[in-house]
Design a protein around this ligand. Structure first.
Ligand SMILES: [Cu+2]
Length: 323
């Protein structure tokens, strides 16, 4: 190789230019997808539900379970803490990547524009039996009985347990009012991560989990309902929208404790065999920093919070398309 060419190739590698984000994946709202696009997504999810587990994570039988396990195993360290939004951001990416690389999905992770359905989740097209996620639960155990996922046996949950059970739902229009536009706007107006993160984790977050109910309302095992990924991608968009209002400053703005407070109302208690954490990998103390390590338990490479702060960065390389 000519010396000049060799120098250019070296510089490209050294600067990371070879892997920089050039073409961003477009994450779109579910209701704007065509029926064919909806089916492609649903079929890719069904594919993950059929692929055997490969990571030896406790109780997991499928690849879908293994992504759920990332959340279940670390729920006590990833909620009510500064890493709440970054952790879920990377988990959405791990799921999107699994759909694409293991199940041939050609799209990107869609999100559920929940404010359109706030207060009336029960009428949302997202619960369509054919081009959606199936309907509400029924019977004593609230198992879903319609739609593409009605036959799936969850192997993890409820909570930290490892048991076989159906995907259950108990739609609450009342709780879904938490996903209203006014709740989103309330968070977007705040000017620091220290206030915007708890705002997002509070109401828009709870609105979607509580509005769907059942599995989704369990803070630990909620990724057992595939709607989890559309809900959390919507929350991630809200964070990204908030960041974009002062991008240069907000892609560096992180804060909050890294130790979940005890006895959070409605959140399953940390299993007794896990001692209360005293810190987190990558953080020098008990405060969440940009160096905090986000652990994907082998589903995808671990990253730091720095790596995921910019959705258009090398790791995420996506953009949110407004509906
Ligand atoms: Cu979560």
């Amino acid at each position: 190789m000519a010396p000049l060419l060799r120098a250019i190739v070296f510089l490209c590698f050294a600067s990371g230019a070879m892997s920089a984000c050039t073409t961003k994946g477009k994450r779109r709202a579910w209701h704007t997808l065509s029926n064919a696009e909806k089916l492609e997504y649903i079929n890719a999810e069904l594919c993950l539900m059929q692929k055997p587990a490969k990571l030896s994570l406790p109780g997991c039988k499928t690849r879908f379970d293994e992504l759920q396990a990332v959340h279940q195993l670390q729920a006590y360290a990833t909620h009510f803490v500064g890493a709440f939004l970054p952790f879920h951001r990377l988990l959405m990416k791990a799921h999107e990547e699994a759909l694409r690389s293991e199940c041939g999905y050609t799209g990107y992770q869609p999100y559920w524009q929940e404010q359109l359905d706030a207060g009336k989740f029960s009428t949302s097209a997202i619960f369509d039996k054919t081009y959606g996620f199936g309907g509400d639960g029924s019977g004593r155990s609230n198992c879903i009985t319609t739609g593409p996922f009605s036959n799936y046996s969850n192997h993890l949950g409820p909570g930290y347990q490892v048991t076989d059970h159906c995907i259950d739902r108990k739609i609450s229009n009342q709780m879904s009012t938490g996903s209203a536009q006014r709740e989103v706007d309330r968070c977007l107006q705040l000017d620091s991560f220290a206030t915007a993160w708890p705002c997002i984790e509070g109401q828009p977050h709870t609105g979607g989990h509580g509005g769907v109910g059942g599995q989704m309302l369990n803070g630990v095992s909620s990724p057992g309902d595939p709607l989890f990924y559309l809900h959390h991608t919507w929350l991630d968009k809200i964070w990204a929208d908030w960041q974009s209002r002062d991008q240069a400053k907000r892609v560096k703005d992180i804060s909050g404790t890294n130790i979940q407070p005890d006895n959070m109302p409605g959140f399953p208690a940390r299993p007794s065999n896990i001692p209360k954490p005293t810190g987190a990998a990558g953080d020098p103390g008990t405060t969440t920093t940009l160096g905090h390590v986000l652990d994907m338990k082998g589903n995808s490479p671990n990253k730091t919070i720095t790596d995921v702060m910019d959705v258009a960065g090398e790791v995420l390389c996506i953009e949110y398309v407004d509906p």
